[in-house]
Design a protein around this ligand. Structure first.
Ligand SMILES: [Zn+2]
Length: 215
């Protein structure tokens, strides 16, 4: 992954596509603007959570979301978006929003503000994934082991559920077969009674019902 970021510095973990930087981070601009067309899918840079989805009527209906890394150190804010796609816990690469042009904006783009421990920094290295890649490199064997074990447990639980449902379905099929046998017997007895029945229309209705169930 790292080499592709080096080949094309406009590619990011956060969006897919080769969008241009329309305004860089500076002393008068507290983030970076990326010229995302409307409805560009925007993703989570790493494991963490979307802790705010906000619409600001007094800023011309501006919408933004705020992401925080799971260790709590890094915050990424996505501004001028159109649709919220996630809230709460998210994994790296999860769809979190669709871009737009909400708020005071002169054209479709996404403004990213980035903070490390509360201090605003140029988001570009983070958006390009360099810092994220380094972060993943630093994960311990225990981190990956725990993750694998958690997935394995989920898979085992699902397997157990499937086995349980299969048993239940088999039992239901057996009961259904018994019901059909019983109904078939009742139908034969009814046929014998038909000769002496006072109301042939009732017998007819009962036979139709039984045939419908057995069909
Ligand atoms: Zn901006």
């Amino acid at each position: 992954m790292a080499s592709s970021y080096q080949r094309n510095n406009m590619l990011s973990r956060v969006w897919k596509g080769d969008w241009k930087v329309t305004q860089t981070f500076s002393s008068t601009h507290n983030g970076v603007d990326i010229g995302t067309p409307n409805n560009t899918p925007l993703y989570a840079p790493e494991d963490g959570s979307i802790y705010a989805t906000v619409t600001v009527p007094e800023r011309n209906g501006e919408k933004y979301i705020a992401f925080k890394s799971s260790d709590g150190h890094r915050v990424l804010i996505y501004v001028h978006i159109g649709k919220f796609a996630a809230v709460g816990k998210v994994f790296a690469g999860a769809l979190v929003a669709l871009s737009d042009n909400t708020g005071y904006s002169t054209g479709p783009h996404t403004h990213f503000t980035y903070r490390v421990n509360g201090v605003e920094k140029d988001p570009m290295p983070y958006l390009k994934g360099g810092e994220t890649v380094e972060m993943y490199k630093g994960k311990t064997i225990k981190y990956w082991y725990d993750n694998c074990m958690a997935f394995k447990k989920q898979a085992m639980d699902l397997k157990a559920q499937v086995a349980d449902l299969t048993t239940k379905l088999k039992r239901m099929a057996e009961e259904l077969a018994l019901c059909k046998k019983g109904l078939s017997g009742a139908s034969q007895r009814l046929a014998k009674l038909e000769i002496g029945a006072n109301d042939p229309s009732v017998v007819k209705m009962a036979k139709e019902f039984i045939n419908w169930v057995l069909s």
